[in-house]
Design a protein around this ligand. Structure first.
Ligand code: B12
Length: 241
């Protein structure tokens, strides 16, 4: 089947669920406002399944509605990373074959962002979901600068550390601050003349490889990334250079 709709109760019935908040006091007016918004979005038969009083004149709603739209899966074009998935042993073996020294990896959570759990999950030896972090790899030397690192400091540290790879975490996306901050890092690296000599990789739950490429990075990783995916990419990308 190549023409698909969302699937709720029966295959291809188009049923979807949306959750959002409205600046309308909890009650029938909030429910009706939610239904009208859904109809304006082109959704049929919207039903408010759940409403919650957020206080101070705000309401949170969950709406079930039918979308008439169809996607042709034969026409999908997705930007994917060229690197193949590899086990930790295979990554170590490739690095031993291709490099005469350890790869130096510098990581940070940059800008105002203080969410360090994601970058720690990738870098710390204990890793994520049973997948060991980059510190566990013999072929890598890792330094984690932690939270709220400015782009200027990150590049200074990259020079001092003689980094091969810079890993940047951006979790907060309010007002698209992740995009502006990441783009500013690449601009600064270009102005400093260090862009070409470093591999720049970003990650966060609302990032993708496509967005990373648009922002001038070499790669981007999203929600649920495992450290071995990052290590595999780094070793393959540096070996290809
Ligand atoms: C824990 C947490 C906090 C903690 C952070 C503690 C810490 N030391 O990290 C504290 C309490 C400090 C906090 C503060 C705030 N938070 Co907060 N926080 C969260 C929460 C609940 C979990 C985040 C987390 O740890 N996830 C687990 C990790 C493992 O997942 P991850 O980050 O996605 O990382 C994975 C991938 O994305 C990827 N990855 C991530 N980074 C990188 C980097 C590279 C290089 C690579 C390759 C991969 C990679 O790999 C990781 C493993 O798979 C989220 C909600 C949520 N459920 O996600 C909100 C959330 C991120 N926070 C949010 C907000 C708004 C804030 C505050 C602004 C709140 C406030 N008004 O003060 C502040 C901001 C502080 C700041 N200056 O940054 C919002 C962000 C909304 C947005 N779209 O921007 C969220 C989504 C909550 C929400 N629904 O509103 N927060």
């Amino acid at each position: 089947m190549s023409l698909v709709r969302a699937y709720g109760d029966t295959l291809n019935d188009g049923q979807i669920m949306l959750a959002f908040s409205l600046p309308v006091p909890f009650g029938e007016e909030a429910n009706e406002a939610a239904r009208q918004l859904c109809r304006q979005m082109g959704l049929d038969a919207p039903q408010v399944y759940h409403a919650h009083d957020l206080g101070e004149g705000f309401t949170y709603v969950v709406v079930y509605a039918r979308s008439p739209h169809v996607v042709d899966t034969t026409q999908l074009r997705v930007t994917k990373m060229a690197s193949a998935p590899m086990s930790r042993d295979a990554i170590e073996a490739l690095a031993a074959e291709k490099f005469t020294r350890k790869i130096r990896v510098l990581g940070a959570c940059t800008g105002d962002d203080a969410h360090t759990v994601g970058i720690d999950a990738i870098l710390n030896v204990k890793g994520y979901h049973g997948d060991k972090g980059l510190e566990a790899y013999h072929c890598l030397t890792v330094r984690n600068l932690g939270a709220q690192v400015s782009n200027e400091r990150l590049l200074d540290e990259a020079r001092a550390f003689q980094a091969d790879v810079v890993l940047v975490s951006q979790i907060v996306t309010q007002k698209d601050c992740h995009r502006s901050n990441l783009a500013a890092l690449i601009d600064l690296a270009e102005a400093d003349g260090v862009r070409a000599g470093l591999l720049f990789v970003c990650g966060g739950p609302r990032l993708s490889h496509q967005v990373a490429l648009e922002l001038g990075f070499d790669a981007g990783f999203g929600a649920g990334t495992l450290p071995s995916q990052v290590a595999g990419f780094l070793v393959q990308a540096l070996a290809a250079r």
